[in-house]
Every structure is written in C-alpha cells, then in structure tokens.
Design a protein around this ligand. Structure first.
Ligand code: 3PG
Length: 347
C-alpha cells in the first residue's frame, strides 16, 4: 500500500475521501473529533506546491436521496475554521456547476463536496459513478479508515482508476490496530461492551483466539446470557447486573477492576452499560478508571467509547483511540476491509 510520501501531489488536483460522519444537531457540530483527525493529511497535501484538494465524505444514512438534515455544509464551515482558510462548498459534484467549480480551483485551494450518499450510486458501489467522480483528479487519498469497511464507490472503486494512497490517519489506524491483533505483552485483555451482539460476535471470537482474557459487558452481555450462548473459556460474562440490566453489577465491577489491574495490554470497545444516562454509568466509569490508571498498553475505539472518553477528556491517557466504530470491529475480527484492499491492489 502506498502512503502520502510515495505520491507526488505537486501541480495536481487531489481527491481526498474523508469520514466527516459527525454528530450534528440543528446545524451545530456536537463533536469535531473526526474533522480534526483529517487535518494533518489535508495540510500535508496543501503544502505541496500548486496542489488543490476536493474532499468527499458521507454523513449519516440519507439513502441515496437529498436530505438537508444530512448536508455537509456545517462541516465545510468547521473545516474552514480549523484549517484557517476558506473551504469552498460544492453543492453537486456531478453537475456542470460542480465540474466548473473543480476545474476553477486555484493552486492551494480546497473544497468540500456535498454528502456523497445523496447519490444512490455511492452505496451501490457503482463503477461508472466512481469514474465520473474521480475523472478530474490526478491522485486519490483515502483517509476514511472509519468508512473503509463499506464497499462503496468512493472507497472501493476509485483506487482502480487513479494513483492512490492512504492518508496519515488511515496509515496510523492500520499500524495501531495491527498491533492490537498481535498483543506484544501478556496478560492481554480485550473488553467488549455496547450493543448489537450480532455485529460483535465475530470480534469476540477472533479476540478470544488472540487474547488471554475477553471481558464482556453492556447490552451484548445481557443478550448473550439471555440466549445462554457458549463462548471459549477465556471469555468472561458478568456475574451480576444492576439497575434493570442497564449496567454491570457490583460483583462484576470488582472482578473486572482486579483483572484489568493485572493486564499489560488492553483493548476496549463499547461501554459496560447505558452510560448516556447517569444512573447506569457506574460500570463504564469504574472500568474506564481501572484502564487509565493501569500501566498497560491501551487502545480504545468504537463510536460510543470514543464519545465517552472524549467526555472525560481522557484521550491522552490511551496509547491510541481508533476513529472507527464498525471499521475497527471488522479489522479486529481479522477481515480485510474493502477500502484497505482497494489501496493494496492499486497500482
Ligand atoms: C461510522 O460512523 O462508523 C462510519 O462513518 C460509517 O458509517 P455507516 O455505518 O453509516 O456506514
């Protein structure tokens, strides 16, 4: 796979796929974590003489239709503030106005295109659409690790047509999550919580093969117990729950804290309970405190865990926090993500 340093961006129009799928309420961006993570790649390309950038991203799941509540316009404004330069906004990248806007970009300029999922061809992984989108560009950069588990046109197809590479964020995610697949210290421990048992089963199974211990919490552990599911011996389910099963119970908390304090390598994905409600936050709080106060190598990820850690201003206490939710889980399940495969196969 090529990295930014392997491609020459001078004099080029560069297409960057980012993941600006951020929470927005009434036009206000509630968490700019993912926008900030894209800055090093954008700044690096803009510093190459006479380059220009168009960034594409999705936001939410508008289902191939134009939906104003999923507009990326607020993101272009935030990006402009963070980059301290104007970010043009391309309302329709497939229209003749979009074409003109791209061709008229001056050296050193940057534009953000409207939500790429407003076009049904994106999620349909349409080949012709991907060619239409990238035909103006001399290079393509995928910095959207967190969307790279999706076989969508601007992720899985464009590297077939253009010189392509991973951005800094993509590169870092692959490096750090690859370490999580080969724990360098023992005892190693994975802690998996949150909801959606179906999507978490492959990761639990894979990590159970790699890690000494896998602790389960959150909704998935309630469901697994209700269904009387069988796991390998090193997978630990809670002994008790508190508050109508919305949190792990006091005995489990004590047991997990003790286990975490003995671990030398910890991967954490998913809260231990319904943490967004203060009443059910005890388990997640105590597990978080145990992780951050240990000397273990620590990595965390998943939308809810990242949100929780950011709310605690705890990002600096981890060795790495993945920007990926589903993408992190699929990577840790041992799958090759379509976006990563496309970059690997690209000439
Ligand atoms: C995410 O937030 O995990 C990514 O942006 C992917 O979004 P999706 O689940 O809607 O494809």
């Amino acid at each position: 796979m090529k990295h930014l340093k392997d491609l020459d961006f001078k004099y080029k129009r560069v297409l960057v796929r980012a993941d600006f799928n951020v929470p927005i309420e009434n036009g206000d961006i509630k968490d700019d974590f993912r926008i900030r993570l894209a800055l090093p790649t954008l700044e690096y390309i803009l510093n190459q003489s006479r380059s220009k950038i168009v960034v594409i991203s999705h936001l939410g799941r508008p289902d191939g239709k134009i939906a104003p509540e999923f507009s990326l316009k607020p993101v272009s404004e935030m990006l402009s503030t963070l980059l301290k330069k104007e970010v043009k906004f391309i309302a329709d990248i497939k229209s003749s106005e979009g074409d003109t806007a791209i061709r008229n970009l001056s050296d050193g300029e940057i534009a953000l295109a409207e939500n790429i999922r407003f076009y049904p061809e994106e999620e349909a992984n349409d080949e012709k659409f991907s060619i239409d989108i990238c035909h103006h560009f001399g290079a393509y950069v995928n910095d959207a690790f967190s969307a790279s588990h999706r076989a969508h046109a601007t992720i899985a197809q464009i590297p077939r047509w253009k010189p392509s590479c991973a951005g800094f964020l993509m590169q870092k995610e692959i490096e750090e999550l690859s370490k999580a697949l080969k724990p360098a210290k023992r005892p190693s421990m994975a802690i998996i919580g949150g909801a959606k048992l179906e999507t978490k089963l492959p990761v639990i199974e894979n990590l159970a093969k790699i890690y000494d211990v896998v602790l389960l919490g959150g909704r998935i552990s309630v469901e697994a117990k209700e269904k009387n599911m069988k796991f390998p011996q090193n997978v630990v389910l809670p002994e008790d729950f508190a508050d109508d099963n919305f949190d792990i119970g006091p005995k489990t908390i004590q047991k997990y804290i003790l286990a975490i304090s003995a671990a030398s390598f910890v991967v954490w994905n998913g809260p231990m309970g319904k943490f967004e409600d203060e009443t059910y936050r005890e388990g997640t709080d105590r597990v978080y405190e145990a992780i951050v106060s240990s000397d273990a190598w620590k990595i965390a990820g998943g939308g809810e865990s990242a949100e929780y850690i950011n709310s605690k201003k705890g990002a600096g206490k981890f060795d790495f926090i993945s920007s990926g939710g589903g993408a992190m889980l699929e990577f840790l399940s041992g799958k090759v993500l379509p976006g990563i495969k496309a970059l690997e196969d690209s000439q």
